[in-house]
Write a new protein. Structure first.
Length: 777
DNA sequence: CAGTGAGCGAGCTTCCGCTTGACTT
């Protein structure tokens, strides 16, 4: 007999809690949601007042079975799922499927895993809050209705397997709109003036001072006019002011800020951050990593303080509590923090150590004193002009939290001089060494990175800590978005300068627009976005989630009936769905580019069966039109007639090798070289299909053959189909186009043909079992 | 993965949010 059975969501949490509770408590985890809407017929009986049809999820059947057995042997069951809408719903689903009687069931909550918090929770049990559960059901049903009605519209109007949803479609919209801002942006240039001055102080000591004019000059003429004015001017320091300033530390990490900083400081993708954090959590090094709360437990605050005093001294410690400003935050957990502050490093692989140290520093810094700075501004008068040169410097008087952590700034680089200024005094005369006016171009708003998109979504209250990473990967999987690097372009900038009374004009080249790991919307993303905006603008509205969240809150407060809320949304929504289906024209994003000067045939661009393509000729006329895929980086929206005509020059033969043609083309997976029936991908960045030459093509073939040979660990003369190869995930057997894992114990070098056959039979047996399992779903 | 772009049609795709492993070539 089990006296008390406690059910929590996470197994790692179960382990910790079990230690805090006495031996008469057994703690089990249910691994999150155990039931979900059936996928058949929406899982909702719309006609029956939106009655939800729940089924136990395939991957939870086993754990539910175990829980059912344990419940039978237990006296009291404690539902200790998270203290938020989803957690309450999980508790309710558990009570339903485990048929828990109210009198022997207690609902408890805690949002920090400390002995005190858990004891306190056990002393204050309550029942399940059905209003909160209904708010969750409304959320779930709304998302299902939106997702499962919109997606099929896209299958019919654009292409199969596409998807739309309350969260992902807004994420794509943000990217598409930003991309268009970038594409339409016309950089303007102005001239920024910098001066380097020299002086000798009262003791005859020489010094140098760099300063700049805060406002910019609209053009070269204005800049020149100003420089001419400076040529013979006597410069003088007219004012020196020093002002104290303070800097406060950033709050401890939430999921989204952890993703942002890990991206900026460590170069991690959001999913990488989450999987490394998961490892740290399971090892007991950090608290739960999916959270929207800045909160630290009392114990954590005290422990951080102790660590800071030990390491840095009393004056570095300052206990701080942070409040969330995020819309819709549910704060069921603590902030992401180290479990033991005394450990500033941990054992683990390189990524784990780096992420841990980042978390440790950020959390510790959040409990440290503010930095005290002194900002000095020197103003230099320009005779006969209302412009003034300004030099500014900043000195740290007390480092405080800056001792260990500095939050990453924005992408914009701060080019004003920082640091200590030389000792000048008011009234001091200055001579200029050089004064130069540099042409500066304005920049478009930046494209999103994965992490900056998460930040934006969080600001809009869209998505949850557990879904940021999956959402980012969904929009990439659907082909709406591509994460990649793009090289910049060179441009000429003008520099006008004076030195020793002589005016000089030069130019120099700079690279602009270089992008690293940025999200680019693809054509299909743009077409889907435009279609959804045309017909379902309200769902794509940036405030849609915020406004339905308000209603969910009312449901949770018992002031609104959930079926009424859903009905108010669904009735008009469904009408729009029907309307959008009414005209049967497919959306392809087609654009007319003009006429081919040689043949006079029309050139168009659109999304075809296999992606974006250009077409030469009319498909309704007798002659079959020519087709060609767009190249990487080209999009329907911006491709020109000239670029399109270039594409029709492929495929082309560039010579022969070993008696066979070398053919260059662009296919489904990018530019390729075809030789003797084999395909070789061209190297991106280095090989251009339009200009590649024969010798380079042969080089590619040679390289490929070498790699191919290296991959082979073993082959068998008896059967050329059987090979032991070394791949990304270690050695494996390849047999008749199928791959099989080699059991860990076996040495791949010494496998015999019969050994391989045996492994293959085992593998096929497993595969059959898996297929069987899938059919039962 | 495969390097195309005829047309037909059966059967499938899809949401968000809560959790981990299983699995990949």
């Amino acid at each position: 007999m089990i006296e008390n059975l406690v059910i929590v969501e996470s197994p790692a949490k179960a382990k910790t809690i079990e230690k805090f509770l006495g031996s008469d408590f057994m703690v089990k985890s249910c691994f999150g949601h155990v039931r979900d809407l059936s996928k058949k017929n929406f899982g909702i009986e719309i006609e029956n007042n939106y009655s939800p049809q729940y089924i136990i999820t395939e991957d939870k059947k086993k754990i539910v079975g175990e829980l059912r057995k344990l419940v039978k042997e237990s006296t009291v069951v404690w539902l200790a799922t998270d203290e938020d809408r989803e957690g309450e719903a999980i508790a309710w689903h558990l009570s339903e499927i485990l048929k828990l009687p109210a009198e022997n069931t207690k609902r408890i909550v805690f949002h920090e895993i400390t002995k005190d918090a858990i004891r306190k929770a056990v002393d204050n049990p309550r029942g399940i809050n059905k209003d909160l559960v209904n708010a969750q059901q409304a959320r779930r049903i709304l998302d299902r209705l939106v997702g499962f009605e919109l997606s099929p519209v896209l299958w019919k109007k654009i292409q199969p397997k596409l998807s739309a949803g309350r969260v992902q479609s807004v994420a794509v919209r943000l990217l598409v709109e930003r991309e268009r801002e970038v594409l339409h942006f016309k950089p303007e240039s102005k001239f920024k003036v910098y001066g380097t001055f020299s002086f000798s102080d009262n003791n005859g000591k020489k010094g140098e001072l760099k300063a700049e004019i805060p406002d910019r000059f609209p053009g070269p003429d204005e800049a020149k006019e100003f420089l001419n004015l400076c040529k013979d001017a006597d410069f003088k320091v007219v004012d020196i002011t020093t002002k104290p300033s303070r800097k406060s530390p950033a709050p401890p990490f939430t999921t989204s800020t952890l993703q942002q900083e890990a991206s900026k400081k460590l170069g991690f993708s959001v999913s990488q951050t989450m999987s490394v954090a998961q490892k740290l959590y399971e090892a007991g090094f950090i608290t739960y990593m999916r959270t929207d709360s800045f909160n630290l437990s009392g114990l954590a605050l005290a422990s951080a303080r102790k660590t800071i005093i030990e390491k840095f001294g009393e004056k570095y410690a300052k206990t701080r509590k942070y409040k969330t400003k995020v819309k819709g935050a549910q704060e069921a957990h603590e902030a992401v923090r180290p479990t033991y502050f005394q450990n500033n490093t941990i054992n683990g692989n390189h990524s784990e150590q780096r992420l841990y140290e980042l978390i440790w520093k950020r959390t510790i810094a959040s409990q440290m004193s503010e930095a005290q700075l002194e900002k000095t501004t020197v103003t230099i008068d320009v005779p006969n002009s209302d412009k003034k040169f300004i030099a500014s410097g900043e000195v740290i008087k007390f480092d405080g939290f800056l001792k260990i952590y500095m939050e990453s700034g924005n992408d914009k680089s701060d080019d004003s001089a920082k640091g200590l200024l030389p000792p000048v005094s008011a009234g001091q005369s200055l001579n200029y060494e050089t004064i130069s006016a540099n042409e500066r171009f304005s920049t478009s708003p930046p494209r999103y990175t994965e992490a900056s998109l998460v930040k934006k979504l969080e600001e809009l209250g869209i998505g949850r800590p557990s879904t940021y990473a999956p959402t980012i990967s969904t929009i990439q999987q659907r082909g709406y978005v591509l994460k990649e690097d793009r090289p910049g372009f060179n441009r000429t900038v003008r520099i006008i300068s004076i030195s020793e009374g002589k005016l000089e004009e030069k130019t120099k080249t700079e690279t602009a627009g270089t992008e690293k790991k940025k999200l680019f919307p693809k054509d299909i993303g743009m077409v889907v976005n435009d279609f959804l905006l045309e017909h379902f603008r309200d769902v794509l509205d940036y405030n849609f989630t915020a406004s339905v969240e308000k209603e969910f809150d009312e449901i949770a407060a018992g002031k609104l009936d959930w079926t009424e809320m859903i009905d108010n949304f669904y009735k008009p929504f469904h009408v729009k769905v029907e309307k959008s289906l009414a005209d049967s024209i497919k959306k392809t994003g087609e654009r007319q580019l003009g006429k081919d000067p040689e043949t006079g045939k029309p050139v168009t661009v659109k999304i075809g069966k296999y992606g974006p393509m250009v077409q030469l000729g009319d498909s309704n006329k007798d002659e079959k039109p020519r087709f060609a895929s767009l190249m990487k980086g080209q999009i329907i929206e911006t491709i020109t007639l000239e670029e399109a005509l270039e594409l029709f020059k492929l495929p082309r033969t560039i010579g022969d090798f070993e008696g066979k043609d070398l053919v260059i083309g662009v296919g489904r997976y990018g530019p390729y070289l075809r030789h003797d029936g084999k395909f070789f991908s061209l190297m991106k960045g280095t090989d251009d299909p339009m200009t590649i030459i024969k010798s380079r093509a042969i080089e590619l073939i040679d390289e490929n053959r070498k790699i191919e040979n290296k991959r082979v660990i073993k082959n068998f003369s008896a059967d050329p189909d059987m090979k032991v190869l070394s791949g990304r995930y270690g050695p494996y057997i390849s047999y008749k186009k199928k791959n099989f894992r080699i059991p860990r114990k076996k040495d791949p070098e010494s496998l015999t043909y019969d050994d391989c056959m045996k492994i293959i039979e085992e593998g096929q047996k497993k595969e059959r079992q898996k297929a069987k399992g899938k059919r039962q779903k």
